[in-house]
Write a protein that binds this ligand. Structure first.
Ligand SMILES: *Cc1c(COP(=O)(O)O)cnc(C)c1O
Length: 227
């Protein structure tokens, strides 16, 4: 667990350096420690070292882990969410990162129990058939529909480019997401401040491209066991 604290501090320093290199304030980037598959003890170790924001992909795993973690932590749901699991997440997390349909957004709104649920649209900027996420051309229409749903608030966009050894391989996708965000915000006449992009292998490039939220698992918690 001391490894986790050390790795957290290393990541914190690398994010700060990437912000400085991009001429951005360090508080313009939120580090989400992605704790999926790791036990609550790992979350507590990262929290003790200073982590505040945590990301989970599976609704049931989050529900089971959370009671054993410090209550002041902020949780993010970063995985694909099935509609029948929306009730486990709605109103419980700071941000749902991967909304890909109006139906899911409506279900989140319905289940949020009067609380406002902030969400992001996940976008398939790299045109990958299997990854999920909304096609870039469809984002503006979905965003307009979401604006009419009470109980949710669209804060921005997220993407997950295909894995690559080369961090620079993600740059076109990150640039595309930022450009798309700018166009959708203009079309809606509303700011969309959040860009959730960048993972263990490419977060520095993402920060250079304007990421506000980086989602970092392996570089903090170590390798995950195969599910
Ligand atoms: C698992 C996961 C991450 C973290 O990936 P690492 O490569 O371990 O940093 C980030 N975002 C999403 C959507 C994930 O599913």
């Amino acid at each position: 667990m001391t490894d986790i604290a050390d790795r957290w501090r290393t990541i914190r320093a690398r994010v700060d350096a990437a912000c400085a290199a991009a001429g951005r304030p360090t508080d313009s980037v939120t580090i989400i420690a992605v704790s999926k598959t790791h036990p609550a003890a790992a979350v507590r170790a990262a929290a003790a070292a200073g982590a505040i924001d945590f990301g989970e992909n599976y609704a049931q795993e989050l529900a089971l882990k959370r009671p054993d973690c410090p209550p002041e932590l902020r949780w993010h749901f970063i995985g694909r969410l099935q509609r029948n699991k929306a009730k486990l997440v709605a109103g419980q997390v700071a941000l749902v990162h991967a909304v890909d349909s109006l139906e899911l957004a409506r279900e989140l709104a319905k289940r949020a129990d009067g609380r406002l649920q902030p969400i992001l649209i996940s976008v398939n900027v790299a045109g990958e058939a299997t990854k999920g996420g909304v096609e870039p051309e469809a984002v503006t229409d979905l965003a307009r529909d979401l604006a009419l749903v009470q109980g949710i608030r669209l804060d921005g966009l997220m993407t997950m480019p295909p894995p690559s050894e080369d961090p620079e391989a993600s740059r076109p996708a990150f640039d595309a997401l930022r450009g798309l965000r700018d166009r959708v915000a203009q079309a809606l006449g509303q700011p969309l401040p959040v860009l959730s992009m960048g993972m263990s292998d490419d977060f520095e490039v993402a920060i250079a491209c304007g990421a506000t939220h980086v989602r970092i698992g392996t570089a903090i918690f170590g390798e995950r066991e195969a599910p």
